[in-house]
Design a protein around this ligand. Sequence first.
Ligand SMILES: NC(=O)c1ccc[n+]([C@@H]2O[C@H](COP(=O)([O-])OP(=O)(O)OC[C@H]3O[C@@H](n4cnc5c(N)ncnc54)[C@H](OP(=O)(O)O)[C@@H]3O)[C@@H](O)[C@H]2O)c1
Length: 220
Amino acid sequence: MKRPYVLIVSEVTIDGKLTLAKGVSSKEIMKLMDEEANRYLHRIRAECDGIMVGANTVRIDNPNLTVRYVEGENPVRVIPTSTGDIPLDANVLNTEVAPTVIAVSEKAPPDRIKAIEEKGAKVIVAGKERVDFVRLLERLYEMGMKKLMVEGGSKVNWELIKNDLVDEIRLIHLPVVVGGDDVPSLTSGEGFGSLEKVKRFKIKRIFQCGNQVITEYERE
Ligand SMILES: NC(=O)c1ccc[n+]([C@@H]2O[C@H](COP(=O)([O-])OP(=O)(O)OC[C@H]3O[C@@H](n4cnc5c(N)ncnc54)[C@H](OP(=O)(O)O)[C@@H]3O)[C@@H](O)[C@H]2O)c1
């Protein structure tokens, strides 16, 4: 399969959580990230052709997904959403700042697709009920995307790892514990449930960056 190199990059707490509480923007916990960690994150953004987050992250965090802490070009923003259900005034639909691809399934209503296209975003239809990531990545590769960074959330991370579409995982560990049963962690979903099925990664690099530890893993 011809697809971009896929890299998950995420801020996680000591207990592996992505945010403070269910439904709460991760921008809150990201206030703990120091300048050095932000530069690490934004350097990766600048090195990638594409940056993906799930529609729920757009609905909750309303991120810009642009390069700000270092010099560099903004990657193409890619948002999977089965029915195109993201606010039309979302920051990712400000296409004057950076290009955006909205990936939908065949369930997306045509008038919704039209409204998104009118914002200047490209719409890719891949999948029947939900976005089919295998097909989406093929389409992105055909568009010239060679390196795609994925910044969550936990549902999108799970779906990509489950389908063996992730080459690397880089984690910025925030030195706090937040707790909570229903707080999203790096992945969610049904889980692999057995040692034979778990996806194995090997350590590539570990280092301290400001007040954070960064761990980088690659697929075995
Ligand atoms: N710490 C960090 O680095 C970080 C980064 C990002 C997000 N977050 C946090 O993570 C939370 C959101 O994560 P989340 O897990 O709820 O949602 P998510 O992964 O951001 O988005 C999931 C959504 O993606 C869309 N989607 C379309 N096709 C899909 C498919 N095949 N598989 C999976 N998703 C598909 C669906 O949107 P539709 O419902 O429109 O179909 C689905 O609801 C927020 O609290 C956010 O703050 C943290």
